[in-house]
Design a protein around this ligand. Sequence first.
Ligand code: NAD
Length: 246
Amino acid sequence: MIKVGVLGAHGRMGTAVCEAVADADDLELAAAVDQDEPLGKLTDAGVDVVVDFTLPSVVMDNLAWCFDQGLHTVVGTSGFDEARLDRVREMLGADPDVGCVIAPNFGIGAVLMMQFAAKAAKHFSSAEIVETHHPRKVDAPSGTALHTARLIAAARAEAGCPEMPDATAEDATGARGGEVDGVHVHAIRSAGYVASQEVRFGGPGERFTISHDSLDRAAFMPGVLLAVREVPARPGLTVGIDDLLE
Ligand code: NAD
């Protein structure tokens, strides 16, 4: 039985993680901690793995404390750029005893969509991304769309693919969308959606579309629980859940 502690336990994601852990037969929800509560609740309860869904402004202090206590960590909190990931590697040290999984997206379907898009990229002459999110989202395009576009561009560059065909000479309204490493990305903000993405490929005589819809935070839970189960056996930093899915 793995004893799990959740940081950010009263937040939207934290609440869902607490429920998912409590429902899993092989996991025990040993501690649920939110703002202004002592982190010592985690060690008092003897947790093995800490899950952090808090804020970018507090997560680094939480990680430093967990590493000091020798606790494995699974982190969904956003804001981990390369500089931050390097800092986490430094904090873990050269020969770490503990594991830390940091994933910008715990949605297994979303991660597979990106993997499939990268695999398909070199086989089609055209690729564009259409992402649709709820209208409260403040950034566009989504991090998932950005990452997908970069993966497609990298796969095409590695395979030596030519530029995608596009005769557009005038685009006064920006109707062709944004461009990420040469891949066009279209962001729709609409009531009635949570998070959806289509990756549309086209080639001579065929179209190929990869489509993914997130409807609820429940979609992240299998990925979070997978990381909780795997992290004790993976010392050091693991970024993303791609390797865990193998
Ligand atoms: P939220 O605001 O609902 O929850 C954050 C919680 O953290 C709050 O309850 C807050 O009180 C608590 N908190 C703040 N400081 C704390 C501290 N020092 N110690 C313990 N708890 C503290 O936010 P949310 O929607 O649950 O999202 C949390 C994070 O997860 C965000 O960064 C979000 O972008 C990210 N997120 C990641 C994924 C993923 O798949 N990786 C998916 C969804 C959201």
